[in-house]
Design a protein. Structure first.
Length: 569
C-alpha cells in the first residue's frame, strides 16, 4: 500500500493524500513489509532514515519526492546563545557539554577538524585548526576544540550577529541507509551531514537499487554517497561540495552513469583518498559521467585491487591532482574518455609536499587497457605509466574472495613475492595533446621501472598513440629510472618498440572525440522495479574496432578486452 508524507501531516494519520504522515521514516515503516511507494511533499525534513530488509516476495520500496529535489533531508540544526568573545576581532564563542553531538573526530594526520560544519545564512564557514590565532582567522571561519566542554570560536563580519542570523551546525550523520533489495530513491536533496573519514551521508547496500535524480552536498568529511550494492543503477544525480569523495564504490556489477560530480574534497584531504570517486569494487561500469573541478586527489581512482571495471565516455575536466588513476588494480578498461586541464594538487601529507597534475595514470597495476582516450592540456603529464616496488600486502586480503581466476592468480603471485606485479598494461590509440603554455610536461611519461634481479614489471605495450605539443615543445615521450632486465630486455620495451607508431604527426583537430550526450532525466526502468531486475549492457565496447573518426582499425590494432564479462546486470 502506498502512502504520502508532508511537513503538515501527523504520524498518527492514515498516510493518505488528505491525511499524510509527518515523518518520512513513518512512511517507510508503513510500506516496510509489503513494499510500495512513499511520496514526500516539498519541505525540509530533519531525519536519519533507514530502509531495512523485507520479504523477498514483497514489492519494491520506492521513495520519491513529489517534485524533483523539493524534499530536503537536512542534517544541520540552528544554534543560538552565542557570546561575543572579542569585539575587535568579531569572534563569537559557544560551549557545548560532553554529550553534545558537535564534537570533532580530530581528522587524519595534520588536517583541520572535519566532522563539524557551520553555516551562517546558508554560507559554509571554513574550518581552521584548533589553536589558530584569532587575529589570523578570516571572516566566516571557525575552530572547535577536542577537549570537554567542546568550544567553538566563530569569526564573522563586524555587522553580523550569529543569533540574529541563521547559524546552523551539522548534527546528524548518515541521512539515509538502504539495507534492502529492490529499492528506488528518486528526486531528493540530501544536505549537510556530520560524517567522518570513510563514512557517507547516504549508504546503499543490497541488490537491484536504483538511485536517480538526487542532489547530495556537504557531507562534512566522508563521501556523499557510498555504493556497496550489487547490480544497482546510479544515474542522473549531482554530488557536489562533499568533504572527501562525491561517491565511493565498493560494490560489484553496478552501472553508474550520467551523474555530475563536482567541487568535492572540501575537507582538504587532497592527494589521499579524495576527489570525485574511489573504486575498490569490481565488475562495475562507470560511463557518461561528468567529473568537473574536484578539489584534490583523483577524479576517478581505481585502488586496492579491484578488477574488471569499465570506465568509458566520461568528461573529466579541471580537476586537481589526476584525472583517472588505476593503482594496484587489475584488468580494467579506460576508454573513450575526455580528460583535460588537470590542475596542480599540493599535498602536505606526511610532512612532504607533492605537486602533480596528470591526465591518466597507471601505477603498479596489471592488464589495464587505456585506449581511444582524448587527453589534452593537463598541466604536468598527459599519460603516465609508473611502477615501483609496491608491497604485496597493500593488496587487501578481502580481495581473495574474487571469483575471477586470473585476478586470483595476480593477487596470489603478488602476495607470495611480496611485491605487486605490474604487467600487460596497454596504451593504444590515444590522442595526447599538450597545446598550451601551462601544459609544459610530456605527452607520455614512463617512470620508475626499477626491477633489477626481481622483475615484477614486464610486457607493457605503448603503441599507436598520437602526440601533439606545438607550444612548449616538451618531450613527447619521457623515460626515467628504467633498468635492464636480467634477460637483456628493457622493462618498458614492447613488441613493437615503445610507441614506434606514435609520431605526433597529426594535429588535434584530426582526432576529435565526440562528447556523449544523454536524455535527462531517465524514465524509470521497468527492469529495476521488477522482481528479477537487470540492465542490458550489449552496447558496451568490449571489442574496439574503430578510431576516433569511426574508421576501421587494421586487424592487428583492434582491441579485444579479453575475459571481462558483462556481469553488471
Amino acid at each position: 500500500m502506498d502512502c504520502q508524507v508532508a511537513t503538515t501531516g501527523s504520524d498518527a494519520a492514515r498516510g493518505t493524500a488528505d491525511q499524510p504522515f509527518r515523518t518520512i521514516q513513518r512512511g517507510l515503516d508503513f510500506v516496510a513489509r509489503d513494499g510500495g511507494t512513499v511520496t514526500v511533499a516539498p519541505g525540509t525534513y530533519a531525519e536519519e532514515l533507514t530502509i531495512g530488509p523485507r520479504p523477498p516476495a514483497a514489492r519494491p520500496i520506492v521513495l520519491r519526492s513529489a517534485q524533483p529535489q523539493a524534499a530536503i533531508l537536512d542534517g544541520a540544526e540552528r544554534v543560538t546563545a552565542w557570546r561575543l568573545l572579542d569585539a575587535q576581532q568579531h569572534i563569537w564563542t559557544r560551549d557545548f557539554g560532553p554529550a553534545a553531538p558537535y564534537h570533532n573526530d580530530r581528522g587524519r594526520w595534520d588536517l583541520a577538524p572535519r566532522s563539524e560544519q557551520v553555516f551562517v545564512n546558508g554560507r559554509r564557514c571554513a574550518p581552521a585548526k584548533e589553536g589558530t590565532p584569532i587575529d589570523t582567522m578570516p571572516d566566516y571561519s571557525f575552530t572547535a576544540t577536542s577537549s570537554t566542554p567542546v568550544r567553538y570560536m566563530l569569526k564573522l563580519p563586524a555587522d553580523l550577529n550569529p543569533d540574529t542570523a541563521r547559524t546552523e551546525i551539522t548534527t546528524k550523520a548518515t541521512l539515509l541507509k538502504v539495507r534492502s533489495d529492490r529499492a528506488v530513491i528518486e528526486g531528493f536533496v540530501f544536505r549537510r551531514a556530520r560524517t567522518t573519514y570513510q563514512q557517507a551521508m547516504v549508504t546503499l547496500s543490497g541488490e537491484a537499487i536504483e538511485f536517480r535524480g538526487n542532489l547530495l552536498e556537504y557531507a562534512s568529511a566522508g563521501s556523499g554517497l557510498a555504493i556497496q550494492t550489487k547490480h544497482a543503477h546510479i544515474h542522473d544525480n549531482t554530488l557536489r561540495a562533499n568533504g572527501q569523495f562525491g561517491f565511493s564504490l565498493g560494490g560489484t556489477g553496478n552501472v553508474v552513469e550520467n551523474n555530475l560530480v563536482t567541487g568535492n574534497d572540501l575537507a582538504g584531504y587532497k592527494e589521499w583518498g579524495t576527489g570525485g570517486t574511489k573504486i575498490v569494487g569490481s565488475n562495475n561500469v562507470i560511463r557518461h559521467n561528468r567529473f568537473i573541478g574536484n578539489l584534490g586527489g583523483v577524479a576517478i581512482w581505481l585502488d586496492s585491487g579491484p578488477y574488471n571495471n569499465v570506465i568509458t565516455h566520461n568528461f573529466v575536466s579541471g580537476n586537481y591532482g589526476e584525472g583517472i588513476r588505476a593503482e594496484i588494480s587489475f584488468h580494467s578498461l579506460i576508454a573513450f574518455n575526455l580528460v583535460e586541464t588537470t590542475q596542480p594538487c599540493t599535498s602536505t601529507m606526511f610532512g612532504r609536499t607533492q605537486t602533480h597534475c596528470i591526465g591518466i595514470s597507471v601505477q603498479n597495476s596489471a592488464e589495464i587497457w587505456v585506449v581511444n582516450n582524448l587527453v589534452r592540456d593537463n598541466r604536468a603529464t598527459g599519460i603516465q605509466l609508473y611502477t615501483y616496488r609496491r608491497k604485496g600486502t597493500d593488496l587487501p586480503s578481502w580481495q581473495s574472495r574474487t571469483t575471477d581466476e586470473k585476478h586470483a592468480q595476480w593477487l596470489q603471485r603478488s602476495w607470495a613475492d611480496q611485491v605487486v606485479h605490474a604487467y600487460g598494461n596497454r596504451f593504444f590509440n590515444n590522442l595526447v595533446v599538450q597545446d598550451t603554455a601551462e601544459a609544459a610536461g610530456p605527452c607520455l611519461y614512463v617512470r620508475g621501472l626499477l626491477n633489477g634481479d626481481a622483475p615484477h614489471c614486464h610486457g607493457n605495450e605503448v603503441d599507436a598513440n598520437f602526440y601533439w605539443n606545438s607550444v612548449t615543445h616538451a618531450p613527447q615521450v619521457q623515460l626515467k629510472d628504467g633498468r635492464e632486465m636480467p634477460n637483456g630486455q628493457s622493462d618498458w620495451q614492447t613488441r613493437r618498440g615503445l610507441d614506434g607508431h606514435g609520431r605526433g604527426a597529426f594535429g588535434p583537430a584530426a582526432y576529435l572525440q565526440p562528447i556523449q550526450t544523454a536524455t535527462y532525466p531517465y524514465e524509470p526502468t521497468a527492469a529495476f522495479l521488477a522482481a528479477n531486475p537487470g540492465r542490458d549492457l550489449s552496447d558496451l565496447p568490449w571489442e574496439i574496432k574503430t578510431d576516433y573518426l569511426d574508421r576501421a582499425l587494421p586487424s592487428d590494432r583492434r582491441i579485444v578486452i579479453g575475459h571481462i564479462q558483462s556481469t553488471a546486470q
